[in-house]
Design a protein around this ligand. Structure first.
Ligand SMILES: [Zn+2]
Ligand SMILES: [Zn+2]
Length: 323
């Protein structure tokens, strides 16, 4: 913990008094130096729920005291080929909250107002904090998983969706997918009976170890665990034309695997960051789906304990820091 001077928002920015900030696996990768070129020193944290405490010049659409969320995507240039093509998640000159600009493991945070979202008054601050990354990245992964097979779109009929790694993102997404009528198959570390029971309680029709073959071939699978060895397992579990989506920002090396696992138009793709449209879409769906997050609250001063509990897999659901 350290004291820093009171922040004043510049033009286009707002000052947010942090009410809760979720802890994401990406924070671990930042703290462990696994991501290139962080801002240093950095305040991590990119699942911020707070209230507008000051408004910079030229900002419209926010009032003092309003509840807002600040996600991972903190700034995009608006000019590069990706931004112009509506793919701002791939911007050439982005800033990311809690990585290349200061985040929410603090009492206050400054954010570019254009990348903040009004959250309304429904729901507990800490319980919705995981929506800001775990929810959003899960949602983007889900939509990309479904682009080929109809998962993520309840108009196409029910589909079998595998979720590998049942942490913060999967525990939210399982509820959305089950609510949309899909059959969710949850994969956890071998022998993690608690996580498997947790997954079934949130609507999964089956839960087992990542090494297990699910009872039916999957239409799509999303890998949230940062474990490259899961990639060939997931490819083996999807049917012809199925898609495997890697939803994490960092993964251990993927081992060699036989071509037949990719053959028959199976696809392997990754998901990077989010767009503001993803966020708006998810924040609209989340209340309709009645998502309940399971969180463990930690006082801000115990941020390191929260990170180490996440690292060791002792957490079920999500850790949230309360200043
Ligand atoms: Zn995150
Ligand atoms: Zn750009």
């Amino acid at each position: 913990m350290c004291e820093r001077p009171t922040l004043t928002p510049a033009a286009g920015e707002i000052l947010v008094e942090v009410a809760a900030c979720g802890v994401c696996r990406t924070d671990l990768h930042v703290v462990d130096g696994e991501l290139p070129n962080p801002k240093l020193p950095i305040v991590p944290g990119h699942e911020i729920v707070g209230r507008v405490a000051a408004i910079g010049e030229g900002v419209g659409g926010f009032v003092i005291g309003q509840r807002v969320g600040v996600p991972w995507l903190g700034y995009t240039c608006g000019k590069c080929a990706f931004c112009r093509a509506g793919r701002e998640n791939l911007c050439d000159a982005p800033l990311f909250t809690g990585y290349t600009r200061d985040g929410g493991f603090a009492t206050h945070a400054i954010a570019d107002a254009r990348y903040c979202f009004a959250l309304g008054d429904r729901g507990d601050d800490a319980e919705i904090a995981p929506f800001l990354c775990a929810g959003l990245i899960g949602w983007r992964s889900y939509r990309i998983a479904g682009a080929a097979r109809g998962v993520g779109d309840n108009k196409v009929g029910t589909q079998a969706l595998g979720l590998y790694g049942f942490g913060a993102a999967a525990h939210i997404l399982a509820q959305v997918a089950a609510w949309q009528g899909h059959r969710v198959y949850a994969f956890t570390r071998a022998g993690d009976a608690a996580a498997q029971a947790f997954a079934r309680s949130l609507g999964a029709v089956w839960a087992g170890a990542s090494e297990e073959t699910p009872p039916e071939p999957l239409d799509a699978a999303i890998i949230f665990a940062p474990v490259g060895a899961i990639v060939p397992l997931a490819l083996a579990a999807v049917k012809k034309g199925g898609r495997v989506v890697c939803g994490g920002i960092h993964m251990s090396d993927i081992p060699g695997f036989p071509y037949r696992l990719l053959w028959e138009e199976r696809e392997l793709v990754s998901v990077a960051n989010l767009t503001r449209d993803d966020a708006k879409e998810f924040l609209r769906v989340a209340p309709q789906a009645g998502i309940k997050t399971q969180i463990t609250r930690y006082p801000l001063a115990r941020a390191n304990a929260a990170l180490s509990d996440l690292r060791s897999g002792r957490l079920q659901g999500a850790a949230v820091l309360i200043p």
